[in-house]
Design a protein around this ligand. Structure first.
Ligand SMILES: *[C@@H]1O[C@H](CO)[C@@H](O)[C@H](O)[C@H]1NC(C)=O
Ligand SMILES: *[C@@H]1O[C@H](CO)[C@@H](O)[C@H](O)[C@H]1NC(C)=O
Ligand SMILES: *[C@@H]1O[C@H](CO)[C@@H](O)[C@H](O)[C@H]1NC(C)=O
Ligand SMILES: *[C@@H]1O[C@H](CO)[C@@H](O)[C@H](O)[C@H]1NC(C)=O
Ligand SMILES: *[C@@H]1O[C@H](CO)[C@@H](O)[C@H](O)[C@H]1NC(C)=O
Length: 409
C-alpha cells in the first residue's frame, strides 16, 4: 500500500510539474490512463509453432515498466506455443494479464528448465484473467513419471507459478494436462483465485490442481478441479486461507500436508473449507503428517463446513502415520511430532466408497486436541454393512447427530 501511495504522489507531482510547465489541460487524468500491450506488436504468433517466449517477455517488460497508469498485457485468440517464461516485477503500477487464447507448452519436459512453465514473481496488484487456456501437454511426460516408486524422482514443470506476489488474483482461467501441478503459489499474500477450471485425467501422476506454500490471506472461490492428485494441496507455512464453492473430482481431495518431514517447516493456521462438493475423489478432507517427523509444528484453527461427498474413498481423514515407500518399520516407534488442534467438522454428508468413512489416526505423542464433530452423515455405498469410524488419540467433542457414530473422542 505504501509503495502505491508513494507512486501516486510521485505521479501527481509529475503531473503538477507538467501542468505548470506546459499548462496543458489534456493530461488531467494522466495517472489513471490505461495502456494495452498486445503481444502481436512484439512479434508473437498464434500458429502453435513459433516460440513466443521472447515476444511475451518484451510485452511484459514494457507493460511492467510503463509508469503512465494501469497497464494490460493482451494475448488474443490463437494457439501460442511457449517454451518457458518468467514475468518479473516489481512493476510501476497495477498490471492485468489477459489470456484469451491457448498457451501451449513444449511436449518435451526437458525444454523447461525452471520450476514452472510460466512464472510470475515479485509483482503486486496483478490480475491474470481472460478465460484462456494453459495446456501443459502433460500426456507426453506422464509415462516417464516414476514418483510413486522413486522418492528422488525428478520434478517436472508445473503450469503456472506465483512467488512473492501480493494483492493479486487469478480470475477466469483454464488449465489442462500439466506435467506436474497446475498452479503453484509460494509466498503470496492477499491473493484470490476465482472462476478457475483445472482438468487432467484422474490417473495422471502428480497433477495437483492448486498447490500453496508459505502464503497468507488467500481466498479460493468457485473453482472446478478434476485431476490426478490433490485438488488443492496446502503445504507448510500457510495462514488464513478461505476456500469455498469448490467442485473437486476426480482427484485426491483437499489435502493439508504432508507435514513434518523437513526441519524449518512452519505452522499451518486458519483454514476454512466450506460449501463444496467432492465427487468421485479418493479422499475428501485430509490432513496428513509424516510418522517420521523432525519438525515440531502445529496445525490449528480449521473449519470444514457444509460439504457434500459423492462416492468419495475416504471422506474425512487425519493420517499422522503417513510413511510411504516402506520408510518406517512396523515397530510403531515413529510418532508424528505435528500437533493438530482446534479442527471443526460440521455439516458433512453423503457417501463413501470405503467402509471407514471417518478416520482419524492422531499421533500417540501429540494427540489431536479440540476436534469438534457436528452434524455428520456419511453412509457407505457398498453392500457389506454400514459405515464405520476409526478414531485414535483424538480429544474434543461431538455435537448434533453423527453417522457413523462409533468414534470415541
Ligand atoms: C480477495 O477477496 C476478498 C473477499 O472477497 C476481498 O476482500 C479482497 O479484497 C480480495 N483481494 C484481492 C487482491 O482481490
Ligand atoms: C464461476 O466460474 C465460472 C467460470 O468457471 C463462471 O462462468 C461463473 O460465472 C462463476 N460463478 C460465480 C458465482 O462467480
Ligand atoms: C459426479 O460425477 C459423475 C461422474 O463423473 C457425474 O456423472 C455426476 O453428474 C456428478 N455429480 C454431481 C452432483 O456433480
Ligand atoms: C443421513 O442420510 C441418509 C441418506 O443418505 C438419510 O436417509 C438419513 O435420514 C440421514 N440421517 C440424518 C440423521 O440426517
Ligand atoms: C452416492 O450418492 C449419490 C448422490 O446422492 C448418489 O447419486 C449415488 O447413487 C450414491 N452412490 C451409491 C453407490 O449409493
Amino acid at each position: 500500500m505504501a509503495a502505491r501511495f508513494l507512486m501516486l504522489c510521485a505521479s501527481s507531482l509529475l503531473f503538477f510539474l507538467a501542468a505548470v510547465s506546459s499548462s496543458s489541460p489534456t493530461n488531467e487524468y494522466h495517472s489513471d490512463e490505461k495502456k494495452v500491450f498486445d503481444v502481436r506488436n512484439y512479434r508473437a504468433r498464434g500458429d502453435g509453432r513459433w516460440d513466443n517466449a521472447y515476444a511475451f517477455t518484451q510485452a511484459w517488460n514494457e507493460a511492467c515498466q510503463w509508469s503512465g497508469g494501469k497497464s494490460t498485457v493482451y494475448i488474443p485468440l490463437g494457439t501460442f506455443y511457449l517454451s518457458q517464461v518468467t514475468f518479473s516485477g516489481p512493476c510501476k503500477s497495477s498490471i492485468t494479464f489477459i489470456i484469451k487464447g491457448t498457451l501451449s507448452a513444449p511436449r518435451d519436459p526437458n525444454v523447461i528448465k525452471q520450476e514452472e512453465w510460466i512464472i510470475f514473481k515479485y509483482v503486486d496488484y496483478l490480475t491474470v484473467t481472460g478465460g484462456g487456456l494453459l495446456d501443459g501437454q502433460g500426456s507426453y511426460s506422464w509415462p516417464l513419471n516414476d514418483c510413486n516408486k522413486n522418492p528422488n524422482c525428478r520434478a517436472l514443470a508445473m503450469n503456472m507459478g506465483f512467488a512473492f506476489v501480493r494483492s493479486s488474483r487469478i480470475n477466469g482461467l483454464r488449465s489442462i494436462n500439466s506435467k506436474m501441478g497446475h498452479f503453484n503459489l509460494y509466498s503470496v499474500e492477499d491473493f484470490n483465485i476465482t472462476g478457475v477450471t483445472v482438468t487432467a485425467p484422474g490417473d495422471s501422476p502428480n497433477t495437483d490442481g492448486i498447490k500453496i506454500g508459505r502464503s497468507k490471506d488467500m481466498h479460493i472461490f468457485n473453482v472446478t478441479i478434476g485431476t490426478g492428485d490433490d485438488c488443492i494441496a496446502i503445504l507448510d507455512g500457510n495462514t488464513n486461507l478461505d476456500i469455498s464453492n469448490v467442485r473437486c473430482g476426480p482427484g485426491h481431495g483437499i489435502s493439508v500436508g504432508s507435514l513434518g518431514r523437513y526441519k524449518d517447516e512452519k505452522n499451518v493456521e486458519g483454514l476454512t473449507v466450506r460449501d463444496s462438493v467432492f465427487n468421485g475423489t479418493t479422499d475428501g478432507l485430509r490432513i496428513k503428517t509424516w510418522a517420521k517427523s523432525i519438525s515440531q509444528i502445529s496445525v490449528s484453527n480449521f473449519l470444514y463446513d457444509n460439504i457434500q461427498m459423492i462416492n468419495v474413498g475416504n471422506p474425512i481423514v487425519i493420517d499422522q502415520q503417513y510413511c510411504p515407500h516402506g520408510q518406517c518399520d512396523s515397530s510403531g516407534e515413529y510418532n508424528s511430532h505435528v500437533q493438530i488442534k482446534d479442527v471443526k467438522y460440521s455439516r458433512i454428508w453423503g457417501n463413501s466408497t470405503s467402509k471407514e468413512a471417518l478416520k482419524m489416526q492422531c499421533s500417540k505423542t501429540f494427540p489431536c486436541q479440540d476436534v469438534e464433530l457436528s452434524n455428520i452423515n456419511l453412509s457407505y455405498s457398498g453392500l457389506d454393512g454400514l459405515a464405520t469410524a476409526l478414531c485414535e488419540n483424538v480429544g474434543g467433542s461431538v455435537r448434533g447427530k453423527i453417522v457413523p457414530d462409533d468414534c470415541r473422542i
